[in-house]
Ligand binder design. Structure first.
Ligand code: DHK
Length: 145
C-alpha cells in the first residue's frame, strides 16, 4: 500500500511549549508516535516545516507516491492559495486537521482555503486527535479501494 502522509505547517515544531492553554503540552515527537501507533502496519510519512515551499513540495510528492493526506497547515490554512492549488491535484482523500477549534478563535482563523479541497475537517480534538484523523484517513482510503 502506498504510504499515507501526515503533514504539519509552521510553528508546530514548538508544540509542547507553544501556547499550552491552546495547543496542550504534547510535543511534535509524541504526535508522530500517536500517528504511527494509529497507522499500525500502514507506511506513514510524517513531516513538519515552517516553509510554504517545502509543504507544497511534500504535497507534490504525495500526489505521486501517497494514498491519503492528513494535513495541519497551521497558519498557511488561512493564507495559501498555492497550497490549495497543490492539494487540488491530489486524488486521494484529504483530512484538514487543527489541534484547536479554530472557529472558536479570532476571525483570522475562520476562513480556510484548504477546506475548499479537504474531504474532512477536524478541529478541537487536541493533539490526541491526530490518532483519530489517521484512523479516519485509513477508512477513507479503504473505502476508495
Ligand atoms: C495551528 C496553528 O498554528 C494556527 O495557525 C491555527 C492550528 C490552528 C491548530 O489548531 O493546530 O490557527
Amino acid at each position: 500500500m502506498k504510504p499515507i502522509y501526515v503533514l504539519n505547517g509552521p510553528n508546530l515544531n514548538r508544540l509542547g511549549k507553544r501556547e499550552p492553554s491552546i495547543y496542550g503540552t504534547t510535543t511534535l515527537a509524541e504526535v508522530e508516535q500517536i500517528c504511527r501507533d494509529a497507522a499500525g502496519a500502514t507506511p506513514l510519512q510524517f513531516r513538519q516545516t515552517n516553509s510554504e515551499e517545502a509543504l507544497i513540495n511534500w504535497v507534490h510528492e504525495a500526489i505521486d507516491e501517497g494514498s491519503g493526506i492528513v494535513i495541519n497547515p497551521a497558519a498557511f490554512t488561512f493564507t495559501s492559495i498555492a497550497l490549495l492549488d497543490a492539494l487540488k491535484m491530489f486524488e486521494g482523500p484529504v483530512i484538514e486537521f487543527h489541534i484547536s477549534n479554530v472557529h472558536k478563535r479570532e476571525a483570522i482563523y475562520h476562513r480556510s482555503y484548504v477546506s475548499m479541497r479537504a474531504d474532512v475537517v477536524m478541529a478541537g480534538l487536541g493533539a490526541g486527535g491526530y490518532g483519530t484523523a489517521v484512523r479516519a484517513l485509513l477508512e477513507l482510503v479503504a473505502q476508495r479501494g
